[in-house]
Every structure is written in structure tokens, then in C-alpha cells.
Write a protein that binds this ligand. Structure first.
Ligand SMILES: [Zn+2]
Length: 170
């Protein structure tokens, strides 16, 4: 998979990782989407910057991809776990009681926590999974499908958008 951002001249070959570390999988074993990704029309507008998956409290949460835990703690009113993948993309899942510590290396599918109690933006209980490239949010479901993601940043244009291509990066 190649991930490139407009603004860089060429796809960065250092970000093309091997199959062993680039494979994505859902952060819960039983994948049921209760709220899809909804990219905001403008970065500052409301949207849904991730996907909500049905998961009762106590459900094991799996690393969606290999990487290193970079955050495990509370953000406002909910516990969040973030994994930085080898190409720089970051996955965050919430609310999750972490079973791993910051700095831990995780493999795709490895148990990293349990779905936590607490306020969350979907009911009755779900786990929210977001994926960021810098400050741009990607649709996790497209990553699961193995799509090649191309980021199109339009300075002075209609705002930053995320496009998805199944062909080579443009
Ligand atoms: Zn959500």
C-alpha cells in the first residue's frame, strides 16, 4: 500500500511498508459498523472522524495494524489508546482500557485493551476507531478493504479532502 499526500512531490517510498506490517484488520473480532466515517466538508466542520463498531463493555480490542503504542490514557471523559504504525499513520480507539503501555510494540490483531465503560458518542456501547495521517482523518473501512489512499490537499481550494483511489497514486 502506498500512501501519499499532495504537497509532497512523489510518493515517499519509505512509507511503503511490507505486508507483514502494513496489513489492517478491524479492532474487534466481530465487525459490525454502527456509524460510518463521515469526512467533514471543511476541516473545522462537524463530521465523524472514524467509524463506530458495535462492541459491548469488556470486548477485547485488537491492534488494527502493527505499530507502537504512543498514547494510553484519558482524553477529557474517555480512555483512548493510540498506536503509531510504521508508516506514520496513527490509529486511535476509544473508550478502551489499555492492557499495554506506551512504547509497547504491538502486532496486528494483538489484544491491546478492553472496551471500557463510560461516556461515548454512540449507544448503547461501541468502540470508535479513527485513523489519522498527520491531522487528516482517513476512512478506516477503506483501509480494511486494502484501498490505496491518496490525500488531496487543495490550498486555497474547497478545503482539504481525502480521496481514495484503487489505482496507482497520482
Ligand atoms: Zn465515532
Amino acid at each position: 500500500m502506498l500512501v501519499s499526500a499532495a504537497g509532497s512531490t512523489e510518493p515517499d517510498v519509505t512509507r511503503a511498508t511490507g505486508a507483514a506490517t502494513s496489513a489492517w484488520r478491524a479492532p474487534v473480532a466481530d465487525l459490525r459498523v454502527v456509524a460510518p466515517f463521515d469526512a467533514p466538508a471543511r476541516p473545522w466542520l462537524a463530521g465523524h472522524r472514524g467509524v463506530d463498531l458495535d462492541a459491548p463493555v469488556g470486548t477485547p480490542v485488537l491492534a488494527p495494524r502493527a505499530g507502537v503504542v504512543t498514547y494510553a490514557g484519558w482524553v477529557v471523559d474517555r480512555p483512548v489508546l493510540t498506536v503509531r504504525h510504521d508508516d506514520g499513520l496513527r490509529s486511535s480507539v476509544e473508550p478502551v482500557d489499555a492492557l499495554v503501555e506506551v512504547g509497547a510494540r504491538v502486532v496486528a490483531g494483538g489484544v491491546v485493551g478492553l472496551v471500557a465503560e463510560g461516556r461515548t458518542h454512540c449507544t448503547p456501547t461501541c468502540v470508535h476507531w479513527g485513523v489519522r495521517d498527520g491531522d487528516v482523518y482517513l476512512d478506516p473501512m477503506l483501509l480494511l478493504r486494502g484501498a490505496t489512499v491518496v490525500l488531496l490537499a487543495r490550498r486555497g481550494g474547497p478545503g482539504r479532502r481525502v480521496g481514495v483511489s484503487r489505482g496507482p497514486p497520482r
